[in-house]
Design a binder for this molecule. Structure first.
Ligand code: HEM
Ligand SMILES: CC(C)=CCC/C(C)=C/CC/C(C)=C/COP(=O)(O)OP(=O)(O)O
Length: 301
């Protein structure tokens, strides 16, 4: 191989490696997780006084590193499942782009420790939220419940609300009722987010013996639970309106997206095809994004 082609190969290999270490952090989920934190930072700033740009940047980088690190550690923990599931077997660890797999663990721990260092400069409560997210997701969900209980995402799901709580505490240095309700909204969003996916990938989860609810009970009962959590989630999004000093933008967003969520979940309940379940899964993230965007814009104006 001549010098030029070996340089091109080295460049291509470097690019593949960089992309693999990005992919192992599950960046799409990190974007929405961080957005929930950013939204609560803006809301907290609107209520408790302006946030400096440096404070906003520091907190955003910290929660980004924490979520990315938690996801990378989770990919290491679940490397056996990922290698066996159709949905995940092309991920960087199972397909060998990160080898040995322990490198993903070191990478995730490096990202998480970096987030803790930044988090400590923000304030101790925000620092604690980062710890809570890692312990909740990797400890309670990935290591303890995911493979043992069909309620894994209920107890493990609390970690999903911690980025939103982090955002508020990063600005105010304390916990209030409103951010707890907002965090609880994310937790209530998780069942429809993951159970809709688990209905679509039911056989995949069954083969690796991960007892997601749609795997251990028939689809109709799982959909009944899913629809109930969606109704509860929408009611919660309306309750948040009364718990904060929101305007028309937020309440209209909550009502319109809530009607769409209940409508789609009811449709999937009545026509429980895998394709409809997938549609509900793909709708779940835009729903949460729009709700938090409504909060952010309402607080801004
Ligand atoms: C215990 C809690 C959670 C579980 C078990 C879970 C599970 C999953 C799974 C299995 C996927 C599909 C990944 C793939 O196949 O590529 C996914 C995607 C995703 N998750 Fe979650 N998730 C949880 C919490 C959250 C939270 C709290 C957020 C954000 C606030 C979030 C945001 C996303 C996003 C944005 C995607 C990509 C969706 C898409 O591709 O349309 N997840 N999640
Ligand atoms: C503050 C802080 C660190 C909070 C942590 C928040 C966090 C990372 C929540 C988990 C989000 C997520 C994409 C879970 C995937 O579940 P899974 O592992 O079952 O998905 P998979 O089957 O696709 O791997």
């Amino acid at each position: 191989m001549n010098l030029e082609s070996s340089i091109n190969k080295t460049r291509a290999d470097f690019r593949t490696t960089v992309l693999a270490y990005l992919e192992v952090t599950k960046p799409r989920s990190v974007v929405l997780l961080v957005f929930t934190a950013l939204a609560t930072m803006v809301v907290a700033g609107a209520i408790n006084g302006p946030v400096s740009l440096s404070q906003l940047i520091t907190a955003t980088v910290a929660v980004t590193l924490a979520c990315a690190g938690a996801n990378a550690v989770s990919c290491y923990v679940d490397r056996d499942l990922d290698a066996s599931m159709i949905r995940t077997r092309k991920r960087p660890i199972p397909d060998g782009r990160i080898n040995p797999p322990v490198r993903a663990l070191y990478w995730g721990l490096f990202l998480f420790v970096s987030s803790l260092i930044l988090g400590w400069t923000v304030n101790p409560i925000a620092f604690a939220c980062l710890w809570g997210g890692m312990i909740g997701y990797v400890g309670i969900y990935s290591l303890w419940l995911k493979r043992r209980s069909s309620w894994n995402i209920i107890l493990g799901g609390f970690s999903g609300g911690l980025p939103a709580l982090f955002g508020w505490t990063a600005v105010t240095g304390k916990v209030d009722l409103l951010p707890l309700l907002i965090a609880a909204l994310v937790v209530l969003w998780i069942p429809n987010h993951i159970w809709s996916l688990a209905i679509f990938y039911r056989d995949d989860y069954a083969r690796v013996k991960v007892p997601m609810l749609p795997v251990v009970c028939e689809a109709k009962k799982a959909l009944h639970c899913l629809l109930s959590t969606v109704i509860l989630m929408v009611l919660f999004s309306i309750l948040i309106y009364f718990a904060g000093s929101w305007g028309t933008i937020y309440i209209m967003t909550a009502i319109l997206t809530g009607l769409a969520a209940i409508g789609l979940s009811t449709y999937v309940y009545l026509r429980p095809t895998p394709q409809n379940a997938w549609l509900l899964f793909k709708f779940s993230s835009p729903y949460l994004f729009l709700l938090f965007l409504g909060m952010m814009v309402d607080a801004w104006l």
